[in-house]
Design a protein around this ligand. Structure first.
Ligand SMILES: N[C@@H](CCC(=O)N[C@@H](CS)C(=O)NCC(=O)O)C(=O)O
Length: 319
């Protein structure tokens, strides 16, 4: 991570640990918003007006947080408004790197090799991890926001008429219900798999494991009774939040994070929902299973020899 603008070499994949050996994710440092008129958003400073071609999104295909912003960009029809770069799938000793690994890209704006160079350009005294996603402002050469849950909402409403208004990822009349579902979805499932994978005690792992499968059971029942989306016929940001975890589950979390009570393939309603998501225009292109497998299985603290499993067979999902 960066400390006072300097890269610290003793990088650890575990972001933080609490007294009980539980995984603790660090908070995001840049929280400004793009808005139609450039006024300040719910957090941070103003000055980031929606303009086509002004903003750039840095992502990793391995990363569910980054992938959810990529999917929101596609669902809101912002492909020609916000450009994208993709880092290589394996974290190096200097964090995320740009390069020629298939599916990755070079850094187009400054020719940087590492993600952390963008952070120190934005703030030469930055302290924190150089995480993806990052929403970058080309006009002022700085980071607008590096919190994916904010970026989802920026894409939903911050770009005004530049975005597809027929899709609303966070409609006002569902906002309370979406927030109420997002909370356990994040704690028990999206972050629950990480809490299982990075636990350093048996107890912390088992607590996280129970959370993951309790939430999967709950969502299976919800989708078996309803659908086609989490909120009946309304596609929302909660579907995006669920998708990024489910599409990684059998390929990565089931193995390397030891979330192995069941696979998503064993849940009929969840696998039907996952197949429906993948059939939506542009969604398949936000998923790169090779990056996902290579990325997670290269976390040497969890998989010392870095062997990437050949399976599972995901051909029924077209992956
Ligand atoms: N709060 C952030 C978390 C992002 C995050 O943890 N990204 C991971 C990849 S999945 C990362 O970039 N880790 C690099 C590191 O920890 O050094 C968000 O949701 O946007």
């Amino acid at each position: 991570m960066l400390v006072d603008g300097k890269w610290m070499a003793d990088w650890q994949p575990v972001q933080g640990t609490d007294a009980k050996g539980g995984f603790v994710r660090m908070s995001s440092g840049f929280r400004n918003w793009v808005t139609p008129d450039g006024a300040a958003g719910p957090t941070g400073e103003g000055g980031f007006k929606a303009e086509a071609g002004r903003y750039h999104l840095y992502v990793a295909y391995i990363c569910p947080w980054a992938s959810r912003t990529l999917m929101a960009r596609r669902m809101k029809g912002l492909q020609d408004v916000v450009s994208v770069s993709v880092v290589e799938p394996t974290l190096t000793k200097e964090g995320w790197r740009f390069g020629d690994y298939p599916g990755a890209t070079r850094e187009p704006l400054h020719g940087f090799l590492y993600m952390h160079e963008l952070y120190t350009l934005a703030d030469p005294r930055y302290t924190g991890r150089a995480t993806v996603p990052v929403l970058w402002d080309k006009a002022t050469d700085t980071i607008v926001n590096n919190e994916s849950s904010d970026i989802l909402r920026i894409f939903d409403s911050g770009f005004g008429a530049l975005a597809d208004s027929s899709v609303s990822l966070y409609p006002a009349d569902l906002a309370v219900e979406i927030d109420a579902l997002n909370e356990p979805l994040y704690t028990q499932l999206n972050n629950g798999v990480y809490r299982a994978g990075f636990a350093t005690t048996q107890l912390a792992y088992e607590e996280a494991f129970a959370d993951v499968f309790a939430m999967l059971d709950r969502l299976e029942a919800r989708l078996a009774d309803g659908g086609p989306f989490l909120f009946a016929d309304r596609f929302t940001e909660s579907d995006i939040r669920l998708f990024v975890t489910l599409v990684r589950f059998d390929a990565a979390y089931h193995g390397v994070f030891k979330c192995n009570q069941r696979r998503i393939a064993d849940y009929p309603a969840l696998s039907g929902w996952l197949a429906r998501m993948l059939a939506m225009p542009g969604v398949r292109e936000t998923v790169n299973i090779d990056h996902i497998k290579r990325g997670y299985y290269s976390i040497l603290a969890l998989n010392p020899n870095g062997i990437v499993p050949v399976g599972p067979d995901l051909s029924s999902l077209g992956l």
